[in-house]
Design a protein around this ligand. Structure first.
Ligand code: G3I
Length: 395
């Protein structure tokens, strides 16, 4: 049965464990049937399983479990913060490569691929840049040069060591923004106009011909109305199609996968259909920042299992929806979680009363989401799930 027909009929991607062991494995190192880690189970499908890495946690000698799990469970890593502009170039023209280089050395030691995050984003920009634009000491023309220099310098520095670059991140508004009609948002669109997106991909490609170049965004896990005025996935799809028509070297679309159990979210068929549609443009896909948070009511905080259990289950189900969809589409190259433990998560800091978003709890105990991911990786197999189709960098 072809994948297309499977998606159409709504079957779940499950086959026997025995069938799986016949799959070739080429992702990083050979598949080892005795190793039940996520990274090794991903190898059965050529699928890279990743995590964002918090460098402070990685270097905390008092917390060795964090480092052990990054090394043993994951075959790709993403810098949670240290490759962002404010970290790499805190002072104009002076780069601090040390923390990012340290992560790359760690990845090399552990036979992991690296997702580069992020070249162009409106958040975590250095003060000298935003202030310079605000006070007029940086002109529009200079700003474009600064962006080109930054992309060129950063991509050249890491050349040959980055598998996938998030070249442009979160460039599109959400329906709750103003105006509600979807549009290009943020610092770069405001000051350079939307053409900065095509420029960024071209500059990145010129600096590294081999890295895969991604557009990365949230709330694009599934299609909605199909109207680009209010369907963000459709807006991003149209954008990618237009970039390709202009021969812009975009190789993939990253779907972040920040979900919450209080929302409706999606089912596997909807997500698989979206991945397939992007693949239809000739693009690779990846889940790049998956986490599934929950509201922390007083009862949850007090340990009430009547409130905790449904959250753990709903969170696990959402991880599984995204992972099954990724497994089912052979152009989906990697599945990265945005931190793996509730001990180190952006969620409570950002949302205040939300948490429990990760696959391990604060004491590094694997949660239901971890076990469900593992089951998906173990039981999925041919003919429904076949090895990945590698993406070639577009010229
Ligand atoms: O740099 C300061 C540091 O000097 C200070 O000691 C520390 C004290 O709290 O704060 C540090 O800055 C924080 C930074 O993370 C580094 O830890 C910021 O306050 C904090 O806002 C920042 O949050 C990051 C967030 O992006 C900011 O936009 C999160 O860790 C990071 O997980 C999050 O990641 C983003 C992706 O890049 C893009 N997609 C959405 C995702 C979640 O927001």
């Amino acid at each position: 049965m072809r994948i297309k027909r499977w998606i159409a009929t709504g079957a779940v991607a499950i086959a026997t464990v025995g069938a799986l062991n016949t799959l070739p494995a080429s992702a990083g190192r050979p598949y080892n049937p005795a190793d039940q880690s996520l990274r090794n189970l991903g190898l059965r499908h050529d699928l890279y399983i990743g995590t964002a890495v918090d460098m402070a946690a990685l270097n905390d000698a008092a917390d060795p479990r964090y480092r052990e799990l990054v090394a043993s469970q994951f075959s790709t890593v993403t810098a949670e913060n240290v490759m962002k502009w404010e970290s790499l170039e805190p002072t104009r023209g002076t780069y601090d490569w040390a923390p990012a280089d340290e992560l790359l050395a760690f990845a090399q030691q552990n036979n992991q691929r690296v997702r580069g995050h992020v070249l162009v984003w409106q958040n975590q920009l250095p003060g000298w840049l935003t202030t310079g634009v605000e006070d007029g000491s940086i002109s529009t023309e200079q700003l474009r040069d600064i962006l080109r220099n930054h992309i060129t310098t950063v991509v050249k520095h890491f050349k040959g060591r980055i598998w996938q670059w998030d070249v442009v991140n979160e460039a599109v508004s959400d329906p709750w923004d103003s105006p509600s009609t979807l549009h290009y948002k943020g610092f770069w669109a405001q000051h350079l106009g939307p053409d900065y997106i095509a420029d960024a991909f071209r500059w990145a490609r010129a600096a590294d011909p081999k890295a895969l170049l991604f557009y990365n965004d949230y709330n694009i896990e599934a299609f909605g109305s199909g109207d680009p005025a209010d369907d963000k996935t459709q807006f991003v799809y149209d954008m990618a199609k237009n970039l390709l028509a202009q021969r812009v070297p975009i190789d993939g679309v990253g779907s972040q996968g920040h979900l919450g159990t209080q929302y409706g979210n999606y089912d596997t068929l909807q997500v698989a259909a979206a991945l397939k549609k992007f693949a239809g443009l000739g693009l690779a896909t990846a889940f790049t920042e998956v986490d599934v948070r929950s509201q922390l009511t007083e009862a949850v905080r007090n340990g009430d299992s009547n409130e905790i259990n449904p959250r753990l289950q709903a969170s696990a189900a959402n991880y599984s929806v995204l992972l099954q969809a990724c497994l089912a589409d052979r152009h989906c190259l990697s599945f990265t979680v945005w931190g793996f433990t509730d001990k180190h998560s952006w969620v409570p800091d950002w949302f205040g009363n939300e948490g429990m978003a990760n696959i391990y709890d604060e004491n590094y105990q694997p949660k239901r989401a971890y076990h469900l991911m593992k089951a998906d990786l173990i039981y999925a197999g041919p003919p429904y799930v076949l090895p990945r189709i590698a993406q070639k960098p577009r010229r």
